[in-house]
Design a protein around this ligand. Structure first.
Ligand SMILES: *[C@@H]1O[C@H](CO)[C@@H](O)[C@H](O)[C@H]1NC(C)=O
Ligand SMILES: *[C@@H]1O[C@H](CO)[C@@H](O)[C@H](O)[C@H]1NC(C)=O
Ligand SMILES: *[C@@H]1O[C@H](CO)[C@@H](O)[C@H](O)[C@H]1NC(C)=O
Ligand SMILES: *[C@@H]1O[C@H](CO)[C@@H](O)[C@H](O)[C@H]1NC(C)=O
Ligand SMILES: *[C@@H]1O[C@H](CO)[C@@H](O)[C@H](O)[C@H]1NC(C)=O
Ligand SMILES: *[C@@H]1O[C@H](CO)[C@@H](O)[C@H](O)[C@H]1NC(C)=O
Ligand SMILES: *[C@@H]1O[C@H](CO)[C@@H](O)[C@H](O)[C@H]1NC(C)=O
Ligand SMILES: *[C@@H]1O[C@H](CO)[C@@H](O)[C@H](O)[C@H]1NC(C)=O
Ligand SMILES: *[C@@H]1O[C@H](CO)[C@@H](O)[C@H](O)[C@H]1NC(C)=O
Ligand SMILES: *[C@@H]1O[C@H](CO)[C@@H](O)[C@H](O)[C@H]1NC(C)=O
Ligand SMILES: *[C@@H]1O[C@H](CO)[C@@H](O)[C@H](O)[C@H]1NC(C)=O
Ligand SMILES: *[C@@H]1O[C@H](CO)[C@@H](O)[C@H](O)[C@H]1NC(C)=O
Length: 517
């Protein structure tokens, strides 16, 4: 607890410190004469007034330049000519009075990392980086980029990572990534792209080096991508209605779309497939992936007819929460390697163990939110000898039978899962049932928001943590206000982002970690 408080204080102080105005930039020097490599703050004006003669340091030793919270008239043309050893150029949370001049980045022979984030630039012009032969990391996230010229990245043959997330892109011109032959990572999340025209963005012989593409949180309605040779693809939170997965992609995320049709190409290499919150019916299309598929999430896809997972023998993690599934003898019969199973919110009246005899390796079972009247923990343990945890919240049990069950679980070395350590995603599940008994603990009025609040309070275990989060938020708000009063420059967008990310842990990530074991 003390740790949390000191963390909160440290962070608060840091925020206020940031809010203070200064005219200095952070500069790092390489080994210089007797001086070892070091970083220091130097006067901002010295850097940009190329005419100054009384500068105390030798520019040619500078390896890293970080400018934050500044108003920048522009990156001076040929500024980098006087910084021959510069490896990293970073601009954070600043205002640019003009778009970046393509003539700025000349003679950057050692420049390896450019990061310009939290600024108001809107355009990446033609031939932006004509002479940056060593550039590998180009980070432009959290700007307002709405346009990228088709030849902006023309000379970046060594580029490995391009981050354009959190911008205002609605389309990318054809050929925009043609020359990026070594690109491994492309991040386009949080833009407004409508088409994922991968085939036209990249050279026709494919993006051979790419291993990760993130285009989540856009407005994608369609994709033109013949052969998905990128190992890991993230397209969640878009407007896709169908996807075709061809090629040797092994991890595909497309949760929170409107997908009703999935087509798998000739050879399937998928190992992890996440398609929660879509409109998928049935699972026959998965047969081609039976040799490789290890992890499958099709939760929140309501099935009208019976669905089974025959032949999918390699699956170790399966999430079928809120799918209206019925468990008969066939459903999970072939899943002998299963270690994680989520069948929460399926309106199952009982867990018929006869129909779950193949899952001897099962370690985690989630049965929450089903109208199951009673279960025998010892029978469960007999059926699943390796079971380590059982999700049992939102069951129609009164407090007496719940505590009996919890005691029983502990006796069998099984950890009961409750809301605070496992985020169920039941909020929008139409199969959620109102408990018909157990009124003494949960007076469910049928209003989902109301009952959710209440549950949070009942199981809110570690209150200290909540208070610390509130304190952090207050400090953040104070920092923000202080900053707004000191001057009207940009406040780190990044900080806000981080807070949001903290609270958005979903069970999808839980499933993913689970798989690595
Ligand atoms: C800076 O250091 C470089 C390399 O040691 C040297 O060639 C150059 O003359 C120095 N410049 C100044 C202004 O001292
Ligand atoms: C950034 O904002 C400043 C102040 O609002 C404005 O003067 C400037 O033109 C903007 N820069 C760009 C590139 O839009
Ligand atoms: C790109 O930047 C965003 C925002 O900081 C970050 O969340 C994301 O992880 C970055 N992408 C990659 C591939 O590192
Ligand atoms: C993004 O672009 C749209 C038009 O394409 C514009 O209306 C909107 O203001 C832009 N948003 C930002 C943050 O610049
Ligand atoms: C996918 O296939 C391409 C060629 O089509 C190959 O270069 C790449 O190494 C393969 N990737 C994986 C992960 O197998
Ligand atoms: C994508 O879906 C969202 C929410 O359903 C909707 O507001 C938006 O207009 C859609 N965008 C497109 C391009 O269809
Ligand atoms: C698909 O697999 C078959 C045999 O397993 C192989 O002959 C063929 O080359 C593969 N096709 C592609 C496009 O990888
Ligand atoms: C659930 O499945 C049954 C058939 O097993 C079907 O009749 C019913 O409409 C489904 N319910 C929902 C909400 O989709
Ligand atoms: C178990 O499977 C049998 C035969 O398939 C079926 O009759 C029974 O209803 C199943 N039990 C449950 C709970 O689904
Ligand atoms: C569950 O309830 C049924 C009757 O509703 C009863 O026969 C059975 O013994 C109960 N099982 C346990 C484990 O309490
Ligand atoms: C709780 O439920 C159990 C079994 O359903 C029942 O036997 C018991 O009387 C109930 N206890 C209370 C306090 O309602
Ligand atoms: C539970 O509460 C509902 C309404 O709040 C009521 O209709 C129902 O009879 C109660 N059930 C029991 C077993 O008390």
């Amino acid at each position: 607890m003390f740790r949390y408080w000191s963390l909160a204080l440290a962070l608060g102080t840091l925020l206020l410190a940031c809010a203070e105005d200064n005219d200095f930039v952070d500069v790092c020097f390489a080994h210089e004469g007797e001086k070892p490599p070091h970083c220091e703050f130097i006067d901002f004006d010295d850097v940009f007034q190329t005419s100054s003669t009384d500068i105390k340091f030798n520019w040619s030793f500078i390896t890293k330049l970080t400018i934050s919270n500044k108003k920048i008239i522009g990156v001076p043309t040929k500024m980098f000519a006087s910084l021959p050893n510069l490896e990293s150029f970073i601009v954070l949370n600043s205002l640019f009075y003009r778009e970046i001049d393509p003539n700025s980045f000349v003679d950057c022979n050692k420049l390896n990392h450019i990061e310009i984030t939290g600024t108001n630039i809107t355009l990446l012009d033609s031939h932006m980086f004509p002479k940056t032969p060593k550039l590998q990391y180009l980070l432009f996230h959290h700007n307002r980029i709405a346009e990228i010229k088709h030849d902006a990245f023309e000379f970046l043959g060594e580029l490995e990572e391009l981050n354009l997330s959190y911008n205002n892109l609605t389309r990318l011109p054809s050929g925009v990534f043609h020359k990026l032959r070594k690109l491994k990572t492309l991040d386009l999340n949080h833009n407004s792209l409508v088409l994922l025209s991968f085939d036209s963005w990249f050279p026709s012989d494919g993006a051979v080096a790419m291993t990760f593409l993130d285009a989540s949180y856009n407005q994608l309605v369609d994709m033109a991508w013949t052969e998905i040779t990128v190992r890991k693809v993230n397209l969640k939170y878009n407007n896709l209605t169908s996807v075709t997965i061809n090629g040797n992609c092994s991890e595909f995320h497309a949760s929170h779309n409107a997908i009703d049709t999935v087509t798998i190409g000739r050879n399937c290499s998928l190992e992890k497939l996440y398609l929660a919150h879509n409109r998928i019916q049935g699972s026959d299309w998965l047969q081609k992936c039976s040799d490789t598929l290890r992890s499958l999430d099709i939760s929140h896809n309501l099935q009208q007819k019976g669905t089974d997972f025959l032949n999918l023998k390699q699956i170790t993690a399966l999430n079928i929460e809120c799918t209206n599934i019925t468990l008969n003898y066939k459903t999970l019969h072939d899943l002998r390697k299963l270690r994680f199973l989520d069948i929460s919110y399926n309106n199952l009246k009982r867990i018929d163990l006869e129909n779950l005899t193949s899952q001897r390796l099962l370690e985690r079972l989630m049965i929450s939110g089903n109208p199951i009247a009673n279960i025998s923990i010892s029978a469960i343990k007999r059926n699943f000898p390796n079971l380590k945890s059982l999700g049992i919240y939102d069951l129609p049990w009164n407090s007496t039978s719940l505590s009996i069950a919890i005691d029983d679980l502990k006796k069998h070395d099984i950890q009961p899962y409750i809301r605070s350590d496992y985020l169920f995603d039941e909020s929008k599940c139409p199969l959620k049932v109102t408990p018909s008994f157990g009124n003494d603990t949960d007076h469910d009025s049928g209003d989902p928001d109301h009952s959710k609040d209440k549950r949070d309070h009942v199981v809110g275990g570690d209150k200290t943590f909540e208070y610390v989060v509130i304190a952090l938020l207050l400090l953040a708000v104070c920092g923000l206000l202080a900053k707004l009063f000191v001057d009207s420059r940009y406040f780190p967008v990044l900080f806000k982002e981080r807070i949001q990310r903290r609270t958005s842990i979903s069970h999808e990530s839980l499933v993913s970690c689970d798989l690595n074991g």
